[in-house]
Design a protein around this ligand. Structure first.
Ligand code: COI
Length: 355
């Protein structure tokens, strides 16, 4: 069982041999929390920078009931994955981009953030210390969840007095049950996700609980997720609760521009580059819901989700279906991205970090 963590105690992870695996049914992994051995933690006070963090056993953390994160939602999450290569080493995917996104988000949420180097080092240490939990090649990945939270006590509305940066990890496979089976989306025309001037572009923890209501309602009706529309006109496409969205029409791939309400996905950005390299025209622009309904293909992207095909959407009682076969553009983008992430396709862009 996980040992309750004491921050005073430093744990040196044992050096696992490359072929040592945790005893898990690797063929039946899902996207769910599977506690692993170690987590990384680092603290600093309000007016300081983060200095030195350490690994500890994975376990509960102690918080004041008046911690800023509990009372006012001052927190940011990230999600990043490590893959195991055939040669036994681990590959991280663009950890620098996650570090930069956390830094930008921290500024918006009035929090100090780890430096890019500290973030990457923490993710590397967490992946390496939990190596036996990284699935065999082709079976999934180790999902790492960096969190930056206001842990200092506060009563009036103000930034917390102390901050904690931590990284924990869990082996995962596909986010949506059914693997690459086409998703079935509901276009949400009551609730919205973000508004101009808000924090929708930031990976703030406070953006996710408000999305549950529409998500659960859609799931109850048999949908995989909802697609949000813009909060002003309710006619432009935004994103789903947990991923960005793309449409394909002919040779043109479009995705909503990051205008302050769209999460700047690292997978989103990577797919834009990959699609351009493969010869597609890609535009980041406002997309009318009518253009979505007229698309040849629809797909969504995210770290947890990867690149996943949307087989159908339902809008105001009307269901529209899209192409999802094995020769689809979505499938081509998926194969290329996963190939780079897992080391099967040469990484010419310097996106992967081998450890
Ligand atoms: C990710 O894609 O890594 C996310 O953080 C989305 C989350 C809702 C699973």
């Amino acid at each position: 069982p996980p040992v309750s963590s004491s921050l005073q105690q430093v744990y040196e992870p044992p050096a696992y041999s490359d072929d040592e695996y945790a005893s898990l049914d690797w063929d039946n992994l899902e996207f769910g929390l599977m506690p692993t051995d170690y987590m990384y933690m680092m603290k600093c006070s309000k007016d300081e920078n983060f200095k030195q963090g350490q690994l500890s056993r994975f376990g509960n953390i102690e918080l004041s009931p008046s911690a800023g994160v509990l009372n006012y939602g001052q927190g940011i999450l990230e999600g990043t994955k490590a893959y195991r290569k055939e040669n036994g080493s681990l590959l991280l995917f663009r950890p620098d981009q996650h570090a930069i996104r956390m830094k930008i988000g921290a500024e918006r949420m009035c929090m100090p953030s780890p430096s890019i180097g500290q973030f990457i080092d923490a993710v590397k240490q967490t992946a390496f210390a939990n190596k036996r939990w990284v699935p065999p090649p082709g079976k999934g990945s180790l999902y790492m969840r960096p969190l930056l939270i206001g842990t200092g006590p506060i009563l009036g509305l103000a930034p917390a007095t102390e901050y904690t940066f931590l990284v924990y990890a869990s082996p995962v496979a596909n986010y949506f049950k059914g693997g690459m089976a086409p998703l079935n989306f509901y276009i949400e025309d009551e609730f919205t996700r973000a508004c101009p001037g808000g924090a929708g572009a930031v990976k703030s923890i406070s953006n996710y609980a408000p999305a549950l209501k529409a998500l659960l309602r859609a799931k109850d009706r048999g949908f995989s997720d909802v697609l949000y529309l813009d909060s002003v006109n309710k006619k432009f496409l935004e994103e789903a609760s947990a991923c960005n969205v793309f449409i394909l029409k002919g040779n043109l791939i479009s995705t909503p521009a990051t205008n302050g309400t769209i999460l700047a996905g690292i997978t989103r950005k990577s797919i834009i580059d990959i699609a351009r390299d493969l010869g597609y025209q890609v535009k980041e622009q406002a997309i009318l819901v009518d253009e979505l309904l007229d698309a040849d293909e629809v797909f969504c992207t995210g770290t947890a989700i990867g690149v996943a095909p949307v087989g159908g959407v339902t809008y105001q009682g009307r269901r529209i279906q899209f192409r999802v076969d094995n020769d689809s553009v979505c499938q081509e983008l998926h194969t290329t991205l996963v190939g780079i992430q897992t080391g099967l396709i040469e990484d010419k862009k310097g996106w992967t970090v081998e450890i």
